[in-house]
Design a protein around this ligand. Structure first.
Ligand code: ZN
Length: 157
């Protein structure tokens, strides 16, 4: 299967960068990731295609196994990852930070759906930042329920 999980892990001056690709399921073994103890762990979820309940459990174990004092930064979270952070207790370790994530938008003028990468800082008071359609430049509608989709930001340190 081309969706096989793959991790690219690099470390530089006590900061680890982990890039994930594919599907996070029961075949994923995070203990294979060999890294020295770091102060910061940045996770790039851009390539994650899916996650199932076994994968969620593996992820929670893995994030809990990292040094308690380390800062965990979640980057390029796809909609699936944001949904897990919102729904699954422990998916997002306390004290972690979501830096940026994909949000669903819809353009009514040209009937176009678009996942837009936005920063957590751009969301003020749980309101979706305004985004213009890349096609027709009209302002797009946020295509989810703001209170639900941005729920994780309340936990964002
Ligand atoms: Zn448009």
């Amino acid at each position: 299967m081309s969706s096989k999980f793959h991790v690219t892990a690099t470390e530089k001056s006590g900061e680890a960068q982990l890039e994930f690709a594919g599907v996070i399921d029961e075949d994923v073994d995070f203990t294979q990731i060999k890294l020295p103890e770091c102060k910061v762990y940045t996770f790039n979820f851009a390539g994650v295609k899916g996650i199932n309940s076994c994968g969620i459990r593996e992820w929670v174990h893995f994030s809990e196994s990292l040094p308690a004092a380390a800062k965990l930064v979640y980057q390029n979270c796809t909609q699936i990852i944001i949904e897990q952070i919102n729904m699954v207790a422990g998916f997002f370790r306390a004290g972690s930070e979501v830096q940026n994530f994909y949000a669903p938008y819809f353009c009514e003028s040209c009937d176009r759906e678009q996942k837009v990468l936005i920063t957590a800082a751009a969301v003020q008071g749980l309101a979706a930042p305004s985004v213009n359609c890349p096609e027709c430049k009209a302002e797009m509608e946020f295509d989810a329920i703001e209170e639900q989709y941005f729920r994780f930001l309340k936990a964002n340190a």
